[in-house]
Design a binder for this molecule. Structure first.
Ligand SMILES: Nc1ncnc2c1ncn2[C@@H]1O[C@H](COP(=O)(O)OP(=O)(O)OP(=O)(O)O)[C@@H](O)[C@H]1O
Length: 331
Protein backbone atom coordinates (compact mmCIF):
# COMPACT_ATOMS: atom_id res chain seq x y z
CA UNK A 1 0.00 0.00 0.00
CA UNK A 2 3.02 2.25 0.28
CA UNK A 3 2.48 3.69 -3.18
CA UNK A 4 -0.59 5.46 -1.77
CA UNK A 5 1.34 7.47 0.77
CA UNK A 6 0.20 11.01 0.17
CA UNK A 7 1.66 14.40 0.92
CA UNK A 8 1.48 15.04 4.64
CA UNK A 9 0.75 18.20 6.51
CA UNK A 10 3.53 20.60 7.39
CA UNK A 11 4.07 23.05 10.24
CA UNK A 12 1.78 25.58 8.56
CA UNK A 13 -1.17 23.28 9.22
CA UNK A 14 -0.66 23.25 12.96
CA UNK A 15 -2.74 26.31 13.95
CA UNK A 16 -5.99 24.59 12.92
CA UNK A 17 -5.15 21.48 14.96
CA UNK A 18 -3.86 23.43 17.93
CA UNK A 19 -6.73 25.91 18.22
CA UNK A 20 -8.49 24.11 21.10
CA UNK A 21 -5.37 23.02 23.00
CA UNK A 22 -4.89 24.83 26.35
CA UNK A 23 -1.67 26.85 26.72
CA UNK A 24 -0.08 24.50 29.25
CA UNK A 25 -0.33 21.55 26.81
CA UNK A 26 0.75 23.40 23.66
CA UNK A 27 4.40 22.30 23.68
CA UNK A 28 4.04 18.47 24.01
CA UNK A 29 1.05 18.43 21.67
CA UNK A 30 2.92 20.49 19.10
CA UNK A 31 5.85 18.06 19.26
CA UNK A 32 3.51 15.12 18.79
CA UNK A 33 1.68 16.77 15.88
CA UNK A 34 4.96 17.52 14.14
CA UNK A 35 6.07 13.94 14.69
CA UNK A 36 2.77 12.65 13.31
CA UNK A 37 3.08 14.88 10.31
CA UNK A 38 6.79 14.34 9.83
CA UNK A 39 6.71 11.49 7.31
CA UNK A 40 8.17 12.38 3.93
CA UNK A 41 8.20 16.12 4.53
CA UNK A 42 11.31 15.95 6.77
CA UNK A 43 13.17 13.29 4.87
CA UNK A 44 13.12 10.95 7.89
CA UNK A 45 9.72 9.35 7.88
CA UNK A 46 8.46 8.30 11.29
CA UNK A 47 6.83 4.91 10.98
CA UNK A 48 3.87 4.84 13.32
CA UNK A 49 2.74 1.51 14.70
CA UNK A 50 -0.09 0.42 17.00
CA UNK A 51 2.50 0.36 19.85
CA UNK A 52 2.56 4.17 19.77
CA UNK A 53 -1.07 4.28 20.94
CA UNK A 54 -3.00 3.10 23.98
CA UNK A 55 -6.38 1.88 22.82
CA UNK A 56 -9.41 2.83 24.87
CA UNK A 57 -13.18 2.50 24.74
CA UNK A 58 -14.92 1.67 21.46
CA UNK A 59 -16.55 4.72 19.84
CA UNK A 60 -18.49 2.91 17.15
CA UNK A 61 -18.54 0.32 14.50
CA UNK A 62 -18.86 0.53 10.73
CA UNK A 63 -19.23 -2.16 8.09
CA UNK A 64 -15.49 -2.71 7.83
CA UNK A 65 -14.01 -0.98 10.82
CA UNK A 66 -14.17 -0.53 14.51
CA UNK A 67 -13.36 2.87 15.93
CA UNK A 68 -11.71 3.29 19.34
CA UNK A 69 -10.71 6.17 21.50
CA UNK A 70 -6.90 6.09 21.49
CA UNK A 71 -4.13 8.04 23.15
CA UNK A 72 -0.69 8.67 21.76
CA UNK A 73 1.65 7.33 24.47
CA UNK A 74 4.04 10.27 24.81
CA UNK A 75 1.88 13.36 24.34
CA UNK A 76 -1.42 11.79 25.46
CA UNK A 77 -3.01 13.36 22.38
CA UNK A 78 -6.42 11.78 21.89
CA UNK A 79 -7.48 10.45 18.49
CA UNK A 80 -10.24 8.25 17.11
CA UNK A 81 -8.49 5.13 15.82
CA UNK A 82 -10.30 3.33 13.04
CA UNK A 83 -9.09 -0.26 12.76
CA UNK A 84 -9.94 -2.36 9.73
CA UNK A 85 -9.06 -6.00 9.17
CA UNK A 86 -7.41 -6.46 5.78
CA UNK A 87 -9.18 -9.77 5.37
CA UNK A 88 -12.62 -8.13 5.82
CA UNK A 89 -11.71 -5.32 3.44
CA UNK A 90 -10.60 -7.90 0.88
CA UNK A 91 -13.70 -10.06 1.36
CA UNK A 92 -15.98 -7.02 1.04
CA UNK A 93 -14.05 -6.00 -2.08
CA UNK A 94 -13.74 -2.43 -0.78
CA UNK A 95 -9.98 -1.98 -1.15
CA UNK A 96 -10.55 0.90 -3.56
CA UNK A 97 -12.91 2.71 -1.18
CA UNK A 98 -10.44 2.36 1.69
CA UNK A 99 -7.57 3.67 -0.42
CA UNK A 100 -9.74 6.51 -1.70
CA UNK A 101 -10.73 7.41 1.85
CA UNK A 102 -7.06 7.50 2.91
CA UNK A 103 -5.89 9.35 -0.17
CA UNK A 104 -8.60 12.01 -0.18
CA UNK A 105 -9.02 12.51 3.56
CA UNK A 106 -5.31 12.99 4.23
CA UNK A 107 -5.18 15.68 1.54
CA UNK A 108 -8.19 17.74 2.63
CA UNK A 109 -7.57 20.23 5.43
CA UNK A 110 -10.64 22.16 6.45
CA UNK A 111 -12.26 22.88 9.85
CA UNK A 112 -15.43 21.03 8.78
CA UNK A 113 -13.74 17.96 7.31
CA UNK A 114 -12.56 15.17 9.58
CA UNK A 115 -8.77 15.13 9.51
CA UNK A 116 -6.89 11.93 8.93
CA UNK A 117 -3.81 12.60 11.05
CA UNK A 118 -1.84 9.57 9.99
CA UNK A 119 -2.29 5.95 8.98
CA UNK A 120 -0.30 2.74 9.09
CA UNK A 121 -0.80 -0.98 8.72
CA UNK A 122 0.52 -4.30 9.96
CA UNK A 123 0.10 -7.83 8.64
CA UNK A 124 -3.60 -8.05 9.37
CA UNK A 125 -4.92 -4.54 10.05
CA UNK A 126 -5.10 -1.01 8.69
CA UNK A 127 -5.16 1.83 11.24
CA UNK A 128 -6.49 5.32 10.57
CA UNK A 129 -5.71 7.92 13.28
CA UNK A 130 -8.57 10.39 12.92
CA UNK A 131 -9.33 13.68 14.57
CA UNK A 132 -11.81 13.09 17.39
CA UNK A 133 -15.45 14.24 17.07
CA UNK A 134 -16.66 13.38 20.54
CA UNK A 135 -20.41 13.83 19.97
CA UNK A 136 -20.40 11.12 17.29
CA UNK A 137 -22.81 10.75 14.40
CA UNK A 138 -25.09 13.68 13.63
CA UNK A 139 -27.77 11.13 12.75
CA UNK A 140 -28.04 10.12 16.42
CA UNK A 141 -28.60 13.75 17.45
CA UNK A 142 -31.26 14.20 14.77
CA UNK A 143 -33.09 11.09 15.99
CA UNK A 144 -32.88 12.30 19.61
CA UNK A 145 -34.06 15.85 18.83
CA UNK A 146 -37.69 16.81 19.62
CA UNK A 147 -39.89 15.43 16.77
CA UNK A 148 -36.66 14.01 15.27
CA UNK A 149 -35.83 17.37 13.74
CA UNK A 150 -33.58 20.34 14.44
CA UNK A 151 -34.94 23.81 14.96
CA UNK A 152 -34.21 26.13 12.03
CA UNK A 153 -31.27 28.04 13.61
CA UNK A 154 -29.47 24.77 14.32
CA UNK A 155 -30.29 23.44 10.82
CA UNK A 156 -29.06 26.70 9.26
CA UNK A 157 -25.72 26.55 11.08
CA UNK A 158 -25.14 22.93 10.10
CA UNK A 159 -26.17 23.61 6.49
CA UNK A 160 -23.64 26.45 6.38
CA UNK A 161 -20.84 24.25 7.70
CA UNK A 162 -21.56 21.44 5.24
CA UNK A 163 -21.77 23.95 2.36
CA UNK A 164 -18.42 25.37 3.44
CA UNK A 165 -16.80 21.91 3.54
CA UNK A 166 -18.28 20.92 0.15
CA UNK A 167 -17.18 24.18 -1.42
CA UNK A 168 -13.62 23.43 -0.28
CA UNK A 169 -13.90 19.88 -1.67
CA UNK A 170 -15.08 21.18 -5.05
CA UNK A 171 -12.25 23.72 -5.18
CA UNK A 172 -9.96 20.70 -4.74
CA UNK A 173 -11.75 18.70 -7.45
CA UNK A 174 -13.36 16.31 -4.98
CA UNK A 175 -17.07 15.38 -5.08
CA UNK A 176 -18.31 13.81 -1.83
CA UNK A 177 -21.30 11.95 -3.38
CA UNK A 178 -22.40 10.27 -0.15
CA UNK A 179 -23.73 13.05 2.00
CA UNK A 180 -26.17 12.01 4.76
CA UNK A 181 -26.40 12.61 8.53
CA UNK A 182 -24.71 9.22 9.16
CA UNK A 183 -21.56 10.50 7.43
CA UNK A 184 -21.31 13.68 9.43
CA UNK A 185 -19.82 13.82 12.93
CA UNK A 186 -20.40 16.39 15.65
CA UNK A 187 -17.75 17.85 17.96
CA UNK A 188 -18.09 18.98 21.57
CA UNK A 189 -18.15 22.59 20.28
CA UNK A 190 -21.26 21.99 18.12
CA UNK A 191 -19.25 21.93 14.89
CA UNK A 192 -19.69 19.45 12.08
CA UNK A 193 -17.01 17.29 10.52
CA UNK A 194 -17.68 15.73 7.17
CA UNK A 195 -16.41 12.14 7.16
CA UNK A 196 -16.57 9.00 5.07
CA UNK A 197 -14.90 9.84 1.80
CA UNK A 198 -15.04 6.20 0.69
CA UNK A 199 -17.45 7.04 -2.13
CA UNK A 200 -16.05 10.42 -3.03
CA UNK A 201 -14.37 10.99 -6.35
CA UNK A 202 -11.41 12.94 -7.52
CA UNK A 203 -12.63 14.69 -10.64
CA UNK A 204 -10.26 16.75 -12.67
CA UNK A 205 -12.83 18.34 -15.04
CA UNK A 206 -14.60 15.41 -16.69
CA UNK A 207 -18.15 14.35 -15.90
CA UNK A 208 -18.66 10.97 -14.20
CA UNK A 209 -21.18 8.17 -14.55
CA UNK A 210 -20.79 5.85 -11.53
CA UNK A 211 -23.99 5.22 -9.56
CA UNK A 212 -23.29 5.43 -5.87
CA UNK A 213 -24.57 7.11 -2.76
CA UNK A 214 -27.69 6.50 -0.69
CA UNK A 215 -31.04 6.07 -2.45
CA UNK A 216 -32.87 8.88 -0.61
CA UNK A 217 -30.10 11.31 -1.51
CA UNK A 218 -29.72 10.37 -5.19
CA UNK A 219 -30.07 13.30 -7.61
CA UNK A 220 -32.24 12.89 -10.76
CA UNK A 221 -29.23 12.73 -13.10
CA UNK A 222 -27.87 9.72 -11.17
CA UNK A 223 -31.29 8.03 -11.00
CA UNK A 224 -31.46 8.23 -14.79
CA UNK A 225 -27.86 7.09 -15.28
CA UNK A 226 -26.75 10.35 -16.87
CA UNK A 227 -23.32 11.85 -16.39
CA UNK A 228 -22.99 14.21 -13.45
CA UNK A 229 -20.65 16.74 -11.91
CA UNK A 230 -20.04 18.35 -8.52
CA UNK A 231 -23.55 19.88 -8.46
CA UNK A 232 -24.75 16.45 -7.18
CA UNK A 233 -23.43 17.59 -3.79
CA UNK A 234 -25.69 20.70 -3.93
CA UNK A 235 -28.69 18.42 -4.47
CA UNK A 236 -27.60 16.27 -1.52
CA UNK A 237 -27.19 19.40 0.60
CA UNK A 238 -30.82 20.27 -0.22
CA UNK A 239 -31.94 16.79 0.90
CA UNK A 240 -29.80 17.09 4.04
CA UNK A 241 -31.20 20.53 4.93
CA UNK A 242 -34.74 19.15 4.41
CA UNK A 243 -33.97 16.18 6.66
CA UNK A 244 -32.60 18.56 9.33
CA UNK A 245 -35.78 20.66 9.47
CA UNK A 246 -38.41 17.96 8.75
CA UNK A 247 -36.85 14.83 10.28
CA UNK A 248 -36.79 12.59 7.23
CA UNK A 249 -35.60 12.94 3.63
CA UNK A 250 -38.22 14.29 1.15
CA UNK A 251 -38.45 11.28 -1.20
CA UNK A 252 -38.38 8.56 1.47
CA UNK A 253 -40.60 5.55 0.79
CA UNK A 254 -40.69 1.85 1.60
CA UNK A 255 -40.26 1.04 -2.09
CA UNK A 256 -37.19 2.08 -4.05
CA UNK A 257 -39.15 2.41 -7.32
CA UNK A 258 -41.48 4.93 -5.66
CA UNK A 259 -38.47 6.86 -4.32
CA UNK A 260 -36.99 6.99 -7.83
CA UNK A 261 -40.30 8.19 -9.23
CA UNK A 262 -40.65 10.90 -6.57
CA UNK A 263 -37.12 12.10 -7.33
CA UNK A 264 -37.87 12.25 -11.05
CA UNK A 265 -41.11 14.18 -10.45
CA UNK A 266 -39.46 16.39 -7.83
CA UNK A 267 -42.36 15.49 -5.57
CA UNK A 268 -41.43 17.44 -2.41
CA UNK A 269 -43.91 18.17 0.37
CA UNK A 270 -43.05 21.20 2.50
CA UNK A 271 -44.79 21.03 5.93
CA UNK A 272 -46.59 24.22 6.94
CA UNK A 273 -44.34 24.81 9.97
CA UNK A 274 -41.36 25.56 7.70
CA UNK A 275 -40.41 29.22 7.30
CA UNK A 276 -40.33 30.71 3.79
CA UNK A 277 -36.53 31.10 4.14
CA UNK A 278 -36.06 27.38 4.78
CA UNK A 279 -38.34 26.40 1.89
CA UNK A 280 -36.58 28.82 -0.45
CA UNK A 281 -33.09 27.48 0.17
CA UNK A 282 -34.17 23.83 -0.04
CA UNK A 283 -36.09 24.45 -3.27
CA UNK A 284 -33.08 26.35 -4.67
CA UNK A 285 -30.85 23.33 -4.08
CA UNK A 286 -33.39 20.70 -5.21
CA UNK A 287 -33.57 21.77 -8.85
CA UNK A 288 -33.85 19.04 -11.45
CA UNK A 289 -31.47 20.82 -13.81
CA UNK A 290 -28.08 20.67 -12.15
CA UNK A 291 -26.95 24.03 -13.58
CA UNK A 292 -29.91 25.76 -11.91
CA UNK A 293 -29.00 24.72 -8.34
CA UNK A 294 -28.05 27.47 -5.89
CA UNK A 295 -24.26 27.67 -5.59
CA UNK A 296 -22.55 26.73 -2.34
CA UNK A 297 -21.26 30.29 -1.95
CA UNK A 298 -24.84 31.58 -2.30
CA UNK A 299 -25.92 29.09 0.38
CA UNK A 300 -23.24 30.45 2.73
CA UNK A 301 -24.34 34.06 2.21
CA UNK A 302 -28.10 33.35 2.25
CA UNK A 303 -30.11 35.46 4.73
CA UNK A 304 -31.92 32.48 6.34
CA UNK A 305 -28.53 30.87 6.93
CA UNK A 306 -26.98 34.05 8.36
CA UNK A 307 -29.93 34.78 10.68
CA UNK A 308 -30.05 31.14 11.78
CA UNK A 309 -26.35 31.07 12.59
CA UNK A 310 -26.65 34.20 14.74
CA UNK A 311 -29.61 32.65 16.60
CA UNK A 312 -27.75 29.36 17.10
CA UNK A 313 -24.75 31.23 18.55
CA UNK A 314 -27.11 33.03 20.96
CA UNK A 315 -28.77 29.69 21.91
CA UNK A 316 -25.38 28.14 22.70
CA UNK A 317 -24.33 31.18 24.73
CA UNK A 318 -27.58 30.88 26.68
CA UNK A 319 -26.96 27.14 27.35
CA UNK A 320 -23.45 28.00 28.51
CA UNK A 321 -24.70 30.77 30.86
CA UNK A 322 -27.40 28.46 32.26
CA UNK A 323 -24.77 25.76 32.83
CA UNK A 324 -22.51 28.22 34.68
CA UNK A 325 -25.42 29.37 36.87
CA UNK A 326 -26.31 25.76 37.68
CA UNK A 327 -22.71 25.01 38.69
CA UNK A 328 -22.53 28.13 40.86
CA UNK A 329 -25.80 27.17 42.55
CA UNK A 330 -24.45 23.68 43.26
CA UNK A 331 -21.15 24.87 44.80
N1 LIG B 1 -13.45 10.65 14.40
C1 LIG B 1 -14.39 10.09 15.14
N2 LIG B 1 -14.69 10.59 16.35
C2 LIG B 1 -15.67 10.02 17.10
N3 LIG B 1 -16.40 8.95 16.73
C3 LIG B 1 -16.14 8.41 15.52
C4 LIG B 1 -15.12 8.94 14.68
N4 LIG B 1 -15.09 8.19 13.54
C5 LIG B 1 -16.03 7.26 13.68
N5 LIG B 1 -16.66 7.37 14.86
C6 LIG B 1 -17.75 6.50 15.35
O1 LIG B 1 -17.54 5.19 14.88
C7 LIG B 1 -18.64 4.78 14.04
C8 LIG B 1 -18.12 3.91 12.92
O2 LIG B 1 -17.35 4.69 12.03
P1 LIG B 1 -16.83 4.13 10.64
O3 LIG B 1 -16.19 5.26 9.94
O4 LIG B 1 -16.07 2.88 10.84
O5 LIG B 1 -18.09 3.59 9.96
P2 LIG B 1 -19.21 4.32 9.15
O6 LIG B 1 -18.59 5.16 8.13
O7 LIG B 1 -20.16 4.97 10.09
O8 LIG B 1 -19.94 3.08 8.53
P3 LIG B 1 -19.64 2.29 7.20
O9 LIG B 1 -18.48 1.42 7.48
O10 LIG B 1 -20.89 1.55 7.03
O11 LIG B 1 -19.39 3.32 6.14
C9 LIG B 1 -19.29 6.07 13.61
O12 LIG B 1 -20.62 5.87 13.31
C10 LIG B 1 -19.09 6.97 14.82
O13 LIG B 1 -20.09 6.72 15.78
Amino acid sequence: MSQFRTKHATRTHLPHLMSNVPDEHQEPIKKMCLKMMSHDAYGKPYEWTSRDFEMGAPLGRGKFGRVYLARERHSHFIVAMKVMFKEEVRKGNVQRQVLREIEIQSRLKHPNILRLLTWFHDDSRIYLALEIASEGELFKHLRNAPNHRFDEPRAAKYTYQVANALNYCHLNNVIHRDLKPENILLTSTDDLKLADFGWSAHTPNNKRKTLCGTLDYLPPEMVDGHSYDDSVDQWCLGILCYEFVVGNPPFESSNSEITYEKIRRLDVHYPSYLSSGAKEIIAGLLRRKSQGRVSLVDVMTNQWIKDGMAKRAAQLQQHFNDGCKENLARN
